[in-house]
Write a protein that binds this ligand. Structure first.
Ligand SMILES: NC(=O)c1ccc[n+]([C@@H]2O[C@H](COP(=O)([O-])OP(=O)(O)OC[C@H]3O[C@@H](n4cnc5c(N)ncnc54)[C@H](OP(=O)(O)O)[C@@H]3O)[C@@H](O)[C@H]2O)c1
Length: 225
């Protein structure tokens, strides 16, 4: 176990410190990115079954932007001041009672709901997995939501070896994972993307195609079967 300078056990018998604050990016009215502010919030602590993670990197998804704009207010209203961010990577610095398999100092990545754009986050211990040693922090911080979305979509479709799969937005967060998984599973993959992303997709073994007018014809030409 590696202990960080700021590590503290949730079950410590030391007197509880005075309420401390952490910083998070939040907004108090719907709007464009200019509504985002750096704000102070009470420091969260891990309860039983939970871990606290000190953030190293957190993803920004289209969902965050839609939520900030208020597009989802009809069925998922914000609670102001509202923090965003659903996937993250960081270092565990507090472990609640009853947690096994995760220790203070572990480097992890994981998933949460509207909380990750903060210095500290508390999640169930099962919501984190070890960060692969060779994966940069900024990649790990944006992997969880896009990765799960891509994996679930491919599983729901039942993609298997020998099939030809068309992935839209292949160079985006979800698409990037989906095309690589589908290739790993033996599918032939065609991916829509802007011309600037074609050579990169090609390097992954994907056949790139430009989206926009004429797309159906271009895809038929690539996959006449
Ligand atoms: N990220 C998640 O965890 C998640 C979860 C659930 C649902 N979703 C949904 O999945 C979609 C993609 O999310 P993302 O996170 O991958 O977004 P992203 O990283 O922002 O990527 C969006 C991609 O869309 C592509 N694009 C733009 N216009 C297009 C068009 N007309 N036809 C085909 N592709 C086009 C762009 O490709 P070029 O750069 O090549 O132009 C860009 O790479 C969004 O609708 C999002 O709401 C995402």
């Amino acid at each position: 176990m590696t202990s960080t300078p700021y590590a503290r056990k949730a079950s410590s018998s030391l007197p509880a410190p005075a309420t401390q604050t952490q910083r998070a990016v939040a907004f108090s009215e719907y709007g464009d990115p200019s509504v985002l502010r750096l704000m102070d919030f009470p420091e969260p602590h891990a309860r039983a079954g939970q871990v606290r993670v000190r953030m190293r990197a957190a993803g920004v998804q289209p969902f965050d932007c839609a939520f900030r704009r208020g597009d989802l207010r009809g069925f998922m209203p914000a609670t102001f001041p509202q923090v965003l961010g659903n996937d993250f990577a960081g270092i565990v610095d507090e472990v609640g009672d009853g947690v096994s398999g995760v220790q203070i100092g572990d480097e992890v990545l994981g998933y949460c709901t509207l909380a990750a754009h903060a210095e500290l986050i508390v999640v169930d211990a099962g919501a984190v997995v070890p960060r692969p040693r060779t994966m940069p922090w900024e990649v790990a911080g944006g992997l969880s939501a896009s990765g799960q979305t891509a994996l679930n979509a491919l599983r729901d479709l039942g993609v298997s070896a020998g099939e030809t799969l068309l992935v839209h937005a292949a160079a985006g967060g979800v698409g990037t994972v989906a095309v690589q998984l589908a290739r790993e599973w033996g599918a032939t993959v065609i991916g829509t993307a802007s011309p600037g992303n074609h050579s990169w997709l090609g390097s992954l073994g994907i056949t790139p195609v430009t989206y926009g007018p004429g797309l159906v014809d271009r895809v038929r030409a690539l996959a006449p079967q």
